[in-house]
Design a protein around this ligand. Sequence first.
Ligand SMILES: [Zn+2]
Ligand SMILES: [Zn+2]
Length: 233
Amino acid sequence: MCHLLWPERCLVCKATILPDDDRLCRTCWQELSAAVSADYCRRCGRDVSPYGIIAGKCGHCQDLQYEYDGVIRVGRYESTLRSLTLSLKFAERTEWAATLSGMLRQAVMASGMHAAFDYLVPVPLHWRRRAGRGFNQSHLLARGLKLPWIPVSTDLVRIRNTEQQWNLKPPQRRRNVKGAFAVRRGHPFDGKTIALVDDITTSGATLEECAKVLKQAGAQKVVALVIAAANHD
Ligand SMILES: [Zn+2]
Ligand SMILES: [Zn+2]
């Protein structure tokens, strides 16, 4: 990126940064590393203490059923990580895709699950929204994972142009995405373990609906890989 403006400013908080700083100020880098190092529930993706997990479930998800079989996340959806994922989606800061997917790659490698995945499947945008935005941020993240032995499949498609989930309350979110996804004819998902890639999960409604469609198509296991997971609905 070329810097035509001086002084350079932190992408998140707009504080002036030094030429040695890497795109963010030090405070924002520190916040980011705190959001990333928090413990989380491998089943629902929410923050949890290591002692808060019983039989693989946390207090939030112990009575809930999910179509997906687990969540691998970079960090919690707040402060710096929230700003960065939103800037990827809305401000076309696609240069952040490499940084964020590099962090997701680390989380995947640390989980030890990368050997089990047959396909990386980005949560699709409707073609009309992708045309408007010019890219699908989830597809950028899936490619940026740099796991070349796992093919990226775009055979999960969005057949209905839904309202943006963040505009809606949790019960509306589930309704909003219901029936919004389908698989293409000739898809390769039967009997496979799928890594479903998305940028943000809040209520989990989108991941849930995608996982349901993939399971109906015969997928054996669906694990969600997300940059940021919210602790609230
Ligand atoms: Zn900052
Ligand atoms: Zn949980």
